[in-house]
Design a protein around this ligand. Structure first.
Ligand code: MLT
Length: 327
């Protein structure tokens, strides 16, 4: 009897061990959903659509982007964490949601490390300080004078409490001595719309989504919040060159899978990311958008896991110092 129970357990365990590779062998055999936790047309969404197009050709299945917005990306993050760990529902989120939420939203039903398998970084892009055309400032110094003179009559849009557009502009505001009013949105694409209409006066967003309007003269780019200038915006000084160091922020966007996704599937997805970001069409889009694909040492799931853990600690301190908290 005992022998029969033991052999049953052994059979169960060996079937469990086989389930991973067998599942991975047939993967993917249906479309993949990529949850983007911000509005369509923003920086997170733009990167997601570049890689989704590549996934469709490299994995042989369509990848569909679903925007699940709100609370600085944490609503979409929780949705993705609750999905079946089978590789068919993924999350494409940035440093903003994944690295900031453990500090800003400690009580949500997902944690960027405990609830996900890191898959791979897709692209990184610096944040640019942009102002509406109506703002009477053509450089950071003039903007600082304007901010101080106008107090809370200056409106800053951000994509939710604790998003990168929030934190980056909070740091800029602090460094420039302003007291701007903050207006929350569900993604920076909607802020750009209101900035073009002159209702929002400044925005801190990645090159990925502001490039088009900067080049078209719809908004003015005053500084790149990075240690070096962006190749896509070579005439725009860094915030340090402009005289206000200490507000640098370069964001990565990466793919995560729900915790428990078989390692073979994670490896397959990671290989598809590498193939996708090296494809000439993606390279062209990234360079036009001021985004960069990760270097060789930054491409593995392990490298993403390490970057995430380091960033949670680093940005946790900055967030606490800036006094940013979800209510
Ligand atoms: C942010 O962190 O502010 C997001 O990147 C905004 C967005 O994707 O719309």
């Amino acid at each position: 009897m005992i022998k029969r129970v033991l052999s049953g357990v052994a059979l169960g365990l060996s079937m469990l061990a086989l389930a991973g590779p067998a599942q991975a062998q047939s993967y993917p055999n249906k479309p993949i959903t990529i949850i983007v936790p911000f509005a369509a047309g923003g920086p997170t969404d733009i990167v997601a659509r570049v890689i989704a197009a590549q996934f469709s050709s490299s994995l042989g299945q369509q990848a569909v982007v679903e925007n699940v917005v709100g609370a600085a990306g944490t609503i979409g993050m929780v949705r993705a964490a609750r999905a079946a760990p089978d590789g068919y529902t993924l999350l494409l989120a940035g440093m903003s949601t994944m690295s900031f939420s453990p500090t800003v939203y400690p009580n949500i039903q997902a944690h960027s490390i405990n609830s996900f398998e890191p898959v791979g970084i897709v692209a990184s892009a610096p944040i640019v300080l942009t102002v509406a055309k109506q703002v009477p400032a053509n450089n950071v110094k003039e903007f600082a004078d304007h901010l101080r003179g106008m107090g809370d009559k200056v409106n800053n849009g951000h994509a939710g409490v604790g998003s990168s557009s929030h934190l980056a502009c909070a740091l800029v505001n602090q460094r420039l001595g302003g007291k701007a009013s903050v207006v929350p949105y569900k993604g920076t694409s909607q802020i750009m719309h209101d900035m073009l209409a002159g209702q929002i006066h400044f925005l801190c967003d990645q090159t990925t989504s502001v490039m088009t309007q900067v080049q078209a003269g719809g908004v003015k780019a005053l500084a790149v919040l990075a240690d070096s200038r962006s190749k896509a915006l070579p005439a725009v000084p860094t915030i340090s060159e402009a005289g206000y160091p200490g507000a640098e922020m370069v964001l990565w966007n990466a793919i995560f899978a729900p915790k428990g996704t078989p390692p073979e599937i994670v490896r397959q997805l990671n290989a598809a990311i590498a193939k996708g970001i090296d494809a000439p069409a993606a390279q062209k889009q990234f360079s036009e958008l001021g985004a960069e694909a990760p270097g060789a040492g930054q491409r593995s799931p392990e490298a993403l896991g390490k970057t995430l853990a380091g960033d949670i600690e680093k940005w946790g301190r900055v967030i606490r110092d800036a006094g940013i908290q979800a209510n």
